[in-house]
Design a protein around this ligand. Structure first.
Ligand code: ADP
Ligand code: MG
Length: 498
């Protein structure tokens, strides 16, 4: 019998009428990676946030090495030996790398009220080096580094003190290949030293590969726990959604002719250091996929086409030659954009679902020049429900929603606006299978209604499954073009990315 490290016992948590976690129990042994999976909004983050002091415990217990713990904040959790890596950015702007690593734990470098910055920097650099992240300079401000490197700093921050329990909450969706590999190395190290990992991810292959045991949550309730050996992606999906769903959520049609009518054209678009002389045409009713490695420039293409890239050269025009040079131009001409960075670039987080959905449609919603609350409410309700957003009501704040439901609000906004041309950057990033299926169905429906979609994606299967045509980018340039076909292979695309 292996020894139990962490017991989760009868855990509950409500938010108003939402029962986010209901009587959940499971054990994690020493040296175990325990995955927690479930649809968006099933209670995974609520559970781990209680364990790591981010949320207060509703009721129930966490017992670590035989002793009950109830951390009131993350620093207390760290002191108990529990730490977390979150999906969104977990480092603070304006602070140095070293300050971020030791945030809340600076005391060890403070004597008689004076902080010994040099000693702190030295220690931070030692840790960074020991992880092989030598190129990250502990003394620099964190803002000098890109998202992925900031994530690596966060990995160091949450593991340098050898936590007994490490929570990894949907971190991999934010990472490229390299970041993932580094994260898995760290997870293995935690496991090999007899500690344990609670691993949350939507990538079921990855879950099976990395975990020893898997617990499944549905609507806050634990549906079951199975071992790695018993798990297959289909079995896990069925447990998550309560019915069998296959891989068939992608389009199944092949050989449908796309219209020749061009609705958007980019000519010699250049954004210094990111995109070089890019040319593309988007057709009516077409889903145009753009893929590549995360730094290939494709995310900037979405911004450049939407008029949101400040230093863009070259031209972006509609089919009739109308230039699109700014975001107001784009919105006026029925172009929509959903950013990869939902929290910072797509949504007004500290506002309601209703206001977020109505935002681009305010002009259309006015009667005699006035906005009426009732009209806005009905409009928001209609499209939030159409996207089956899980919410208590449209007056709920967006900040309280899970990742997948935030994305539904973004899409509800543009479906409501009835945009003709939608640019979707990483539309299903961090989103569970069920919501994914909804989003793909929505895209397919829009395409059939003659709307055009640009889908920027780091997921090869999604590109192959949904696009009429795929452009692969490398180093800011288009490096390959592929037409939809059942014979197209993931390796064909990958060869053009690297
Ligand atoms: P998951 O991580 O599995 O996607 P969450 O734990 O984030 O799901 O969410 C579970 C439920 O609790 C959802 O219905 C969500 O809207 C709700 N919820 C989560 N955090 C809050 C909060 N701070 N305030 C209100 N409701 C919340
Ligand atoms: Mg979550």
């Amino acid at each position: 019998m292996s020894e139990v490290r962490l017991q989760v016992k009868n855990l509950c948590k409500n938010f108003g009428i939402t029962k986010a976690v209901q009587n959940v129990s499971f054990n994690v042994n020493k040296g175990e990676v325990h995955a927690l999976i479930g649809e968006n909004g099933s209670g995974k983050s609520t559970l781990t946030n209680m364990l790591t002091g981010i949320y207060s415990i509703g009721s129930g217990q966490f017992i670590l090495d035989g002793k009950e713990i109830h951390p009131k904040n993350q620093v207390e959790a760290n002191n108990e030996g529990v730490s977390i890596i979150v999906q969104e950015l977990g480092t603070l702007s304006g602070l140095t790398v070293a300050e971020n690593i030791f945030l809340g734990n600076e005391d060890q470098f403070t004597k008689c009220g004076i902080k010994n910055t040099a000693a702190m920097n030295k220690k931070a650099q030692e840790y960074l080096d020991s992880y092989g992240f030598n190129y990250i300079d502990a003394t620099k401000v964190i803002d000098d580094y890109n998202f992925e490197d900031r994530k690596l700093v966060e990995i160091v921050k949450s593991t340098y003190f050898n936590p007994k329990v490490l929570v990894v909450d949907e971190t991999t969706t934010a990472l490229g290949q390299k970041g993932r590999e580094e994260l898995f190395k760290v997870m293995h190290k935690v496991r090999d030293t007899g500690n344990c990992v609670i691993f949350i991810s939507h990538d079921l292959e990855e879950v099976i590969e990395q975990s020893d045991n898997i617990s499944v949550l549905r609507d806050g309730v634990k549906i079951g726990s199975i071992t790695k050996e018993e798990a297959t992606p289909d079995r896990l999906k069925a447990l998550m959604v309560g019915r069998e769903i296959g891989d068939s959520y992608y389009r199944t049609d092949y050989g449908e002719k796309v219209s020749d009518e061009v609705v958007l054209s980019a000519k010699n678009v250049t954004v210094k250091g990111q995109i070089e002389n890019l040319n593309l045409d988007l057709h009516k009713g077409e889903i145009l996929g753009i893929g590549g490695l995360s730094e290939c420039g494709m995310h900037e293409v979405g911004k450049a086409l939407f008029g949101a890239s400040y230093f863009r050269q070259g031209s972006v025009t509609l089919g009739d030659g109308t230039p699109i040079n700014s975001i107001p131009d784009a919105i006026k001409h029925s172009i929509a954009y959903a950013s990869k960075d939902r929290d910072n670039e797509s949504l007004v987080i500290n506002d309601t679902i209703g206001d977020n959905i109505c935002l681009p449609s305010l002009e259309d919603l006015k009667t005699h020049g006035f906005l009426r609350a009732k009209t806005m409410n009905e409009f928001a309700n209609k499209f939030a429900k159409q996207m089956s957003t899980k919410m208590t009501g449209v007056d709920q704040f967006v900040s309280a929603l899970s990742g997948g439901n935030k994305q539904k609000v973004v899409l509800a906004r543009w479906v409501g606006k009835d945009s003709d041309l939608i640019i979707l950057d990483s539309p299903t990033r961090g989103i569970d299978v069920k919501v994914k299926a909804d989003i793909y169905a929505m895209m397919d429906d829009m395409r059939k209604r003659g709307k055009s979609i640009i889908m920027i994606s780091e997921e090869i299967m999604e590109l192959l499954g949904m696009a009429d045509r795929i452009l692969i980018m490398k180093d800011g340039k288009i490096n390959g073009e592929f037409l939809r076909s059942p014979d197209l292979k993931d390796t064909d695309l990958i060869d053009n990315m690297i």
